[in-house]
Design a protein around this ligand. Structure first.
Ligand code: GDP
Ligand code: IMO
Ligand code: MG
Length: 429
């Protein structure tokens, strides 16, 4: 068997949670491979909304195993809150939730450092979610980190204190900011007890054995490819590899085990936090998209920046990920437009270009747009692709054509069932 991958092709919040939840019923295991509680994945079904940060989006599917892989960074406080929320829903999941022993732990002082360093950056700030992601991955690569498996060791407390002391000495370099370490530590150690009670695994063996025995595995990405530490809009990125290559070191599997790579894009584009965004709409249209699309961060509640869909950007992330099929989400948010714009190229260095420059922050890139007619009607209740308005088909067909990858699903609402499996390839242009 192969591992299929679902990941975001833009700057995050493409609707990964919804699509993973929907497709999960075809799999035996859903595994997160990177990121941490900076992620906010929203699922809606039976009129209820659920937001997951660390726990994979397959958790609501009966009998399905959910793995938090070694590439993920875990904050026991957030994990505890997620578990408490899940417990309230009545879903039984603790025997289906597995945590990699090699996953790194986010300490309260990692969050403190995150806040202090962001505040120190002033206008240059990244717009981090302040969940301690950067400092934790820094300790991982700096070979100082603490891992889930370490909490079982008799000297864990000493190691924790040593790392905390190191963090406190770093914090002396920064202006003081409000942070109640004592209160956070109390919650952290309580969360640690819960983490201790979960099923801890050597996830690399677990996943590879599952593959060998014919289990179907879906890897769930967090963030988006444009936030990848190597290929995103650096330094306005997160600290992990969000692209499909991250599946290999985030779960411990060989490149040859990767099967379908399902790339998700909104029918427009959003970004939360700082950094370049070539097709951003700062006026009325952007505000309309934000209001209509409910574009506020699922983790921080911050308003998301909105803009048109960007073909050069998507072609870049499709290339990086080896995307084999596309999912286009939030098409319904465009229901009321007379015309919809698609950025087909960039103009910079005096000519039309298809490739992204080295650094989007420092090159004044002008998107070249093409307009497509809107459909001016609700898509509520549409369940067959044939029943979609012709102008939806034209737009989806144009996107598909310019990206050279087939669209398999078109999502038209936040609820689990609000999507259309696209069977017929309608190509315009
Ligand atoms: P993720 O981080 O990629 O899982 O995405 P988020 O959950 O942060 O943001 C996506 C938002 O869009 C959530 O509020 C979803 O409920 C919602 N959503 C997902 N797909 C659709 C869709 O097709 N139409 C509409 N209207 N909302 C959607
Ligand atoms: P999901 O999985 C959107 C952004 C932050 C910031 C930058 C670095 O829900 O798509 P970090 O907290 O990692 O230090 O922040 O990355 N960011 C996200 N934006 N969706 C996310 O996750 C994000 N996770 C991080 O806003 O600009
Ligand atoms: Mg999100």
């Amino acid at each position: 068997m192969k591992i299929d991958v679902i990941l975001g092709l833009q700057w995050g919040d493409e609707g990964k949670g919804k699509i993973v939840d929907y497709l999960a019923s075809n799999y035996d295991i859903v595994a997160r491979f990177q990121g941490g509680p900076n992620a906010g994945h929203t699922l809606k079904f039976d009129g209820q909304k659920h937001v997951l940060h660390t726990i994979p989006s397959g958790i609501f599917r009966e009998n399905l195993i959910n793995v938090i892989g070694n590439g993920v960074v875990i904050d026991p406080i957030t994990l505890q809150k997620e578990i408490d929320n899940l417990n309230k829903t009545g879903v039984s999941f603790l025997d289906r939730l597995f945590v990699a022993k090699k996953a790194h732990l986010i300490l309260p002082t990692h969050r403190h450092i995150d806040a202090a360093t962001e505040s120190f950056k002033g206008k240059e700030k990244i717009g981090s979610t302040l969940k301690g992601i950067g400092p934790t991955y820094m300790d991982k690569t700096g070979r100082n980190g603490l891992r889930v498996g370490d909490i079982m060791l008799p000297n864990f407390k000493e190691r924790y204190e040593a790392l905390k002391e190191k963090h406190n000495s770093i914090l002396k370099l920064y202006p003081e900011i409000d942070f109640d370490l004592k209160a956070e530590e109390e919650k952290w150690f309580a969360g640690l007890e819960t983490l201790r009670s979960l099923k801890q695994i050597n996830s690399e063996y677990f996943i590879n054995k599952a593959l060998k025995s014919g289990k179907r595995i879906l890897a769930e990405g967090a963030q988006g490819s444009m936030l990848d530490i190597d290929f995103g809009t650096y330094p306005f990125v997160t600290s992990s590899n969000t692209v499909s290559a991250g599946v290999c070191n985030g779960l411990g599997v060989a490149p040859s085990t990767i099967g379908e790579v399902i790339g998700i894009t909104k029918a427009y584009c959003t970004r939360v936090g700082s950094g370049p965004f070539p097709t951003e709409l700062t006026g009325e249209v952007g505000e309309y998209l934000r209001a209509e699309g409910g574009e506020f961060g699922a983790t921080t509640g911050r308003p998301r920046r909105c803009g048109w869909i960007d073909i050069p950007q998507l072609n870049y992330t499709i290339m990086l990920n080896g995307v084999t099929q596309l999912v286009v989400t939030k098409v319904d948010i465009l229901n009321n437009f007379d015309e919809i714009s698609v950025a087909t190229h960039y103009h910079y260095d005096g000519k039309q270009q298809d490739e992204l420059p080295f650094d989007l922050s420092n090159v004044p890139v002008e998107p070249v747009y093409k307009q497509y007619p809107g459909w001016k009607q609700s898509l509520d209740g549409v369940r067959n692709y044939e029943d979609m308005p012709i102008n939806v088909k034209n737009l989806v067909g144009a996107i598909e054509n310019q990206l050279n990858v087939p669209v398999s699903i078109v999502s038209i609402g936040p609820e689990r069932q609000e999507l259309v499996m696209k069977e017929i390839k309608e190509l315009v242009n």
